[in-house]
Design a protein around this ligand. Structure first.
Ligand code: KIV
Length: 270
């Protein structure tokens, strides 16, 4: 799958599916399950590295997780399903100087198998960076609505809830399309706002917490599998993965503390 294939799916009226992954195990799962694209999102800072926000994760860490994810995806790719691999540019890797942004995104494409980067926001400086990246041959996915790298400004509140902020969302989305983004993540906004963007933009609009009528959907896989302690209200789990894992582990631990006569015989050493 290439970035342009996502636009083709939109044109053909086919839904686009994106799942996050962070290591070989999760990369194998989401690729084998058949996701169109795999996002190594900076949410891994919270989900995998235990940080309170996405801000602390570094570019080196993102690259480390991106390469591991790609290794996990290899078996699905060998079997003929090759999802697009996208890597988030972490906080402050693209906001300071356009040259640094090109270097950071260039490292992602040179030092991992990712074929695209994602970055947040549509400030004039960000639009200029996207223009530079795209002209350098680096496909860029945009991200508007709730942008977790701005948590200290916006919190995790739903965005575009009044007329003025809805207009800002429209303007930002249009500008990102014009700057050359191949797709746009729209997070935690009213369904009507995201639906309108899906209808008015030619690039695919990939929603999370943005209703069911976007061109595609993205989910944090750990939320979907119920592996995280709690999930955002707009991303309910499909199964209680954490409880199931805890139950299995406790059963195993309890079995170890039983008298040896009741436990299964140990495998013979060769
Ligand atoms: O970092 C991430 O996982 C994301 C998704 C929520 C889209 O940006």
């Amino acid at each position: 799958m290439r970035p342009a294939d996502l636009a083709r799916r939109k044109q053909a009226g086919l839904p686009i599916t994106v799942l996050t992954a962070w290591d070989a195990l999760s990369g194998a799962l989401v690729a084998e399950a058949g996701a169109d694209a795999v996002l190594v999102g900076d949410s891994l800072a919270m989900v995998v590295l235990g940080h309170p926000t996405t801000l602390p994760v570094t570019l080196d860490e993102m690259l480390h997780h991106c390469r591991a994810t790609a290794r996990g995806m290899a078996s699905a790719c060998a079997a003929g399903h090759e999802p697009l691999l996208i890597c988030d540019l972490p906080f402050l890797s693209y906001q300071c100087q356009p040259d640094d942004a090109v270097a950071a995104a260039g490292r992602v494409l040179k030092q991992s198998p990712a074929a695209a980067v994602k970055l947040e926001g549509a400030e004039p400086e960000t639009l200029a960076v996207i223009d530079r990246l795209v002209r350098s041959g680096i496909p860029v996915m945009g991200h508007v609505g709730l942008t977790p790298q701005s948590v200290h400004r916006t919190g995790y509140r739903r965005q575009a809830t009044d007329a003025a902020s809805r207009e800002r969302l429209r303007t930002a989305a249009r500008a990102l399309e014009q700057a050359g983004c191949f797709a746009l993540v729209v997070e935690h906004v009213p369904a009507e706002a995201a639906t309108e963007l899906s209808h008015t933009l030619t690039i695919p609009v990939i929603g999370i917490g943005a209703g069911d009528s976007c061109d595609g959907q993205v989910r944090v896989t750990a939320d979907l599998l119920g592996l995280t302690g709690s999930q955002p209200p707009f991303s309910p789990p499909l199964l209680q993965g954490r409880s199931l894992a805890l139950e299995a582990l406790r059963l195993w631990l309890a079995a170890q503390s039983r008298p040896s006569s009741t436990t299964a015989p140990a495998a013979p050493h060769c």
